[in-house]
Design a protein. Structure first.
Lengths: 231, 231
DNA sequence: CCAGAATGCGAGCGGTCGCTCGTGTTTGTC
DNA sequence: GACAAACACGAGCGACCGCTCGCATTCTGG
């Protein structure tokens, strides 16, 4: 490894002047710069998808964006920052698109329907943005990314857990809830891999399988209608 | 990349004499050599586990084995061959340990029991040999390994599918069976990740979760006792 | 016992990769 | 139009990595 400046700052790669406050306000950007950043992130997404994070070279990303390596480093302090920024934007898209995803379901909804809706949204998001899966799934990430990783994962587990506490019998203990949430998420992720590996009708069939697996897993725990926990 | 000699031969790295038949019989090994190979494979397992395949350096493997880089290349033609040989040995151990794993189950066995036994064996094998999971799961493998990968995966899917045809109603179509087998295997793998990420009682709890997920997934398809397909 | 094969060593070759730097071009501001 | 800041370039630096090569040492068969 050449150098580890471990400066994980926002895109503002070069700073105008080392501010006396110690905090460096983000460098002034022109519209052209913002466009370049977008270009570079899209190129990065494409390259990451094709080869994975660690095998992706910054030169390849620059080339894909039709830009010189030097230009890339005008906007990102290092390779890791590219992945982090890309991840951040994806997470925001996730939130924006689905708001409080896995959102509150009306009591009385059939379990299968609630699960189906959640799976469909999750699958749609991922098929439209294959990078998301690559970044979430790749075990070849340096420290900084793994953190963001785990943070997102923890958030999702928390969200699922919140949903579950309102469904499971009230005497269910905390650890049990967390465990169930982890299992649901793992099934989600494993199923997603299967789904992304197929096309057309076959893909749809696998989506249905995920729904079945989750529904049957949860049914004995929550009853077949929400708000109506099994005895 | 320096060179791609793409010679994926068995450990015999250097060959005695280019045999006129075109086939090169494996180089004569002394006991010392066999011991070194074992040492190197164990070192490789440890390094792969710690850092993943692509991040593992051959020099690090040699160092871990207490040996010079040159010595390593006396026994393996390249880095890929190390992983392949390691994988081969693991697969053989898998076969030897569990014979015709996921073996025929006596008709009348409760589904939960059959699933439980299979999961327990699979989990035991993997907890004793964490490299196996690393090699199977890592998406950062060069071509040659990915092939072996897929071959093993296909074998396992085939095995599970064979088991399923004897359980599912006889009018179930082929694609349905394969799909179900893929889903079972994915659940297995996803669950394994969860299991390996925890210790002690928590780990046991996750093992139970995998069993529950699989049992509940399969129950509606095969009935709650084997040899007694649901209508 | 001795020739030759097998084993062992480690500096270093050729290559890639992340990233820098000196320099030139475009853009916004007064 | 002038001036500074932002943007763009691309050769190339330093670090590392997979792998080689020449040479020393140990084993083994005859």
């Amino acid at each position: 490894m050449p150098d580890k400046p471990d400066q994980s700052q926002k895109p503002g790669a070069g700073t105008t002047a080392p501010d006396a406050t110690g905090k460096e306000q983000p460098r002034r950007r022109q519209a052209r710069g913002e466009r370049r950043i977008q270009q570079l992130l899209e190129a990065a997404a494409s390259v990451f998808c094709a080869t994975g994070y660690s095998a992706a070279s910054t030169n390849a990303i620059a080339r894909e964006a039709g830009v010189s390596p030097g230009t890339l480093y005008q906007f990102f302090p290092n390779k890791e920052a590219i992945a982090i920024e890309l991840g951040d934007r994806l997470v925001h898209e996730l939130r924006d698109t689905y708001g409080e995803a896995l959102a509150p379901v009306a009591p009385g909804t059939p379990l299968a329907e609630a699960v189906g809706a959640a799976v469909d949204r999750f699958v749609a998001f991922n098929t439209e943005r294959p990078v998301f899966f690559t970044l979430m799934h790749g075990p070849d990430m340096p420290g900084g990314i793994a953190e963001a990783h785990d943070a997102l994962h923890a958030t999702l587990v928390g969200r699922v857990a919140d949903l579950l506490v309102s469904l499971l019998p009230s005497d269910t203990d905390q650890a049990r809830v967390t465990r169930t949430a982890h299992v649901c998420l793992s099934i989600y992720k494993a199923g997603l891999e299967l789904v992304l590996g197929h096309q057309g009708a076959e893909r749809q069939a696998y989506v249905q399988e995920i729904k079945d697996v989750l529904t049957r897993y949860l049914e004995p725990l929550v009853g077949d209608r929400l708000g109506d926990p099994a005895p």
